[in-house]
Design a protein around this ligand. Structure first.
Ligand SMILES: [Zn+2]
Length: 146
């Protein structure tokens, strides 16, 4: 049971680490992440790896296209959605590759059976943000500082 709780905390911390790289982590989440990282060597290593991979990707030279991409003007709008879907799919594959590479290098703290029993809504950022919002409203009502 303890390992499962640690795995959930590590899983959430790693989601925060990914958001932090893109500057999308709230101050509240930053504080929670810092607190977790103080006591978790594995997630500190994960954070360092994500930072390294992210920096390398951002500093990598752009590849030149072998042929220019040109769409007929009249159909450009109609074709933009499939092109956007293709770009989103390519980004998803790249993200999955990075996550897999980092996971393979340092292992995952989650056991497969722990992942299968975890309700999907717990991994939803909307759910997470609603919990944070509720807690902040509750704190405002009772005059507590977060
Ligand atoms: Zn951790």
């Amino acid at each position: 049971m303890g390992a499962s709780i640690d795995s959930q905390r590590c899983s959430r911390a790693r989601q925060w680490i990914s958001l932090e790289v893109d500057g999308e982590l709230s101050r509240f989440e930053q504080a929670l992440l810092r607190d977790h990282l103080r006591g978790c060597d594995c997630c500190r290593v994960f954070q360092a790896d994500v930072g390294t991979v992210s920096r390398e990707l951002r500093q990598a030279r752009l590849e030149a296209l072998l042929q220019p991409v040109a769409l007929p003007a009249a159909r450009r709008h109609a074709r933009s959605r499939p092109l956007q879907a293709l770009a989103a799919a390519a980004l998803s594959v790249a993200a999955l590759g990075i996550a897999t590479t980092v996971g393979v290098l340092h292992g995952s703290p989650q056991r497969p059976e722990a992942r299968s029993t975890r309700p999907a809504y717990l991994d939803s950022w909307d759910y997470e943000r609603s919990l944070i919002r509720q807690e902040m409203l509750r704190a405002q009502q009772y005059g507590r500082a977060i």
